[in-house]
Design a protein around this ligand. Structure first.
Ligand code: FAD
Ligand code: NAD
Length: 467
């Protein structure tokens, strides 16, 4: 039986992080991927969705050139954006990505790994053993139990980017991250799109005000948004998908299911190793170790945070814990802020607590908000929609930030750093931001907080006295 220092199961962002880092340390790594290196993220998720959003944005910009004083002499025509998306994925999957794994042994597309015992796995009849095993098996799309949905031909993130053409009419089940991003991408490439969801506002795990701004933008762009809506039945009639809802009956050419994710662990045969799991994922402790010593579960498969950056971060933490001889300084996943960004236009980004979460926790907080519409750069760019909203204490401790607007996904990083490293509103205010970057809006929020401290009480009195 082949013996390695460690075995990694699954080569999405979590598994790739463990493999690349361990191989870089000269450890003997075996990584098993049943399908494609890059996992859901590179092949069916983050990357193709962002590439398609970019195509939609390009079309939208050319249609609205008038705002920059430019006339387009001809109409744009949608040619083959999905083919371009596939080409880009292929380009990224190639040598550049694989270089990081030069020093690891990879078994790709030769069947799923399954456990034989706590230290042994099997792939296609061949057994492999290691003292440390990292499970990074991801999730799969959840198909909700809507009558008829099982029977109709449907799209999920696994086959939507394989389509030849942009559907004329698209129904989307789900107003979360996937539903929202795909709705705007397809709509901007010519689809007539309707979103149906059971939640009250778009991006339901985030700030409601942010979700409402996105909804207003979607409606302005012609996307139908049906919140708090039960889908009663789905069927196919004359090659069309008929979606029966409490708000009416809708006809489309395709239906995309973006209703969340499902844990799928059967092929791993975890019971053979006695590894505990439930419908929320593989159970792990703060160190990302399962109940079986030396077996870690990282990324989506433990159900903690379903984002690629969280998956990569967890992979890194688990590896650091696995090679760390001191029980004192262990790396706990919950010690790290998990931001998220949705790449619609406007973008929506979140770090730390939302306003609602702060209220529910009974935290005494101040809400500081600055608008994109009040800043010269965003007006000059023709991007005046959005805001930076910060939840902080009166003394300037930062609890959370929500950003809606151009480059929100970039701006949020400053707040992640601040929350995680206890940097205050005062510190942000005292940090120069280049003018006129959009990130200067972060400093503006901190300045607004400071102005609130200096417009009454002792400061104006002292200023008057010592001027
Ligand atoms: C459409 C879409 C867009 C997204 N956009 C973003 C985004 O913009 N930003 C973001 O942060 N996140 C995004 N996500 C989420 C992100 O893709 C996931 O959080 C991330 O891929 C999780 O990484 P992972 O390594 O845990 O799992 P995965 O990427 O799912 O990889 C798991 C891998 O394990 C393999 N595997 C499973 N079982 C076995 C086995 N028994 N043997 C061998 N191999 C196995 C699978 O084939 C797969 O390749 C998006 C997701 C989707 C669907
Ligand atoms: N930019 C990003 O970071 C990004 C982008 C895409 C996906 N992701 C990740 O992928 C995961 C999955 O995304 P998602 O959009 O599928 O899930 P989600 O959990 O974000 O949203 C699920 C949506 O489905 C709706 N829904 C569920 N059951 C329904 C039903 N029976 N009828 C109607 N609506 C129903 C909910 O109301 C909600 O709007 C997310 O957890 C997210 O972390 C991240």
């Amino acid at each position: 039986m082949e013996k390695h220092d460690l075995i990694v199961i699954g080569m999405g962002p979590a598994g790739m992080a463990v493999t690349a880092m361990a191989a870089n340390m000269n450890l003997d790594v075996l990584a098993v991927e049943k399908h494609k290196v890059g996992g859901e993220c590179l092949n069916y998720g983050c990357i193709p969705s962002k590439a398609l959003l970019k195509a939609g944005e390009a079309n939208e910009v050319t249609k609205n050139l008038k705002q920059y004083g430019i006339k387009l002499a001809a109409e744009t025509e949608i040619d083959n954006p999905l083919e371009i998306v596939r080409n880009k994925v292929e380009e990224i999957s190639g040598a550049k990505t694989m270089k990081a794994f030069d020093r690891a042994k990879l078994i790709v597309d030769q069947g799923a790994a399954k456990f034989v015992d706590k230290k042994t796995i099997e792939v296609e009849g061949q057994k492999y053993t290691a003292d440390k095993i990292f499970i990074a098996a991801g999730t799969r799309p959840m198909i909700p139990p809507i009558p008829g949905l099982k029977e109709v031909d449907k799209l999920t993130n696994l086959n939507i980017f394989e389509q030849e053409d942009i559907a004329e009419k698209l129904t989307i089940i789900g107003g979360g991250a996937i539903g929202s991003e795909m709705a705007q991408a397809f709509s901007r490439l010519g689809s007539e799109v309707n979103i149906f969801q059971i939640d009250e506002h778009l991006l339901p795990s985030g700030d409601e005000e942010a979700g409402r701004v996105l909804e207003a933008k979607f409606k302005e762009e012609g996307i139908g948004v049906y919140n708090s809506t039960t889908i009663e039945k789905v069927e196919t009639k004359n090659d069309k998908i008929i979606t029966h809802t409490e708000k009416g009956v809708f006809k489309s050419d395709e239906i995309l299911v973006a209703a969340g994710r499902e844990i799928y662990l059967e092929p791993l045969e975890l019971d053979k190793a006695g590894i505990e799991y439930d419908q929320n994922g593989i159970k792990v402790n703060s160190r990302l170790e399962t109940n079986v010593k030396g077996v870690y579960a990282v990324g989506d498969c433990n159900g903690k945070s379903l984002f690629s950056h969280a998956a990569m971060h967890q992979g890194m933490l688990a590896l650091m814990n696995a090679i760390n001889p001191t029980p004192i300084k262990q790396f706990k996943h919950e010690d790290y802020i998990v931001p998220w960004s949705v790449f619609t236009k406007p973008e929506i980004a979140q770090a730390g607590m939302t306003e609602k979460e702060a209220q529910e926790k009974g935290i005494d907080f101040e809400l500081i908000k600055v608008k994109y519409a009040d800043y010269g750069r965003t007006i000059a760019d023709g991007k005046p929609e959005g805001f930076v909203k910060v939840i902080c204490s009166s003394k300037g401790k930062i609890f959370g930030a929500t950003i809606v607007g151009e480059a929100a996904s970039e701006l949020i990083q400053e707040w992640v750093l601040a929350i995680q490293h206890n940097i205050s509103m005062f510190d942000i205010m005292m940090t120069q931001h280049s003018f006129p970057t959009i990130s200067l809006l972060n400093k503006r929020a901190a300045e607004k907080w400071m102005m609130g401290k200096t417009n009454s009480g002792i400061v104006p009195k002292m200023a008057k006295k010592f001027i």
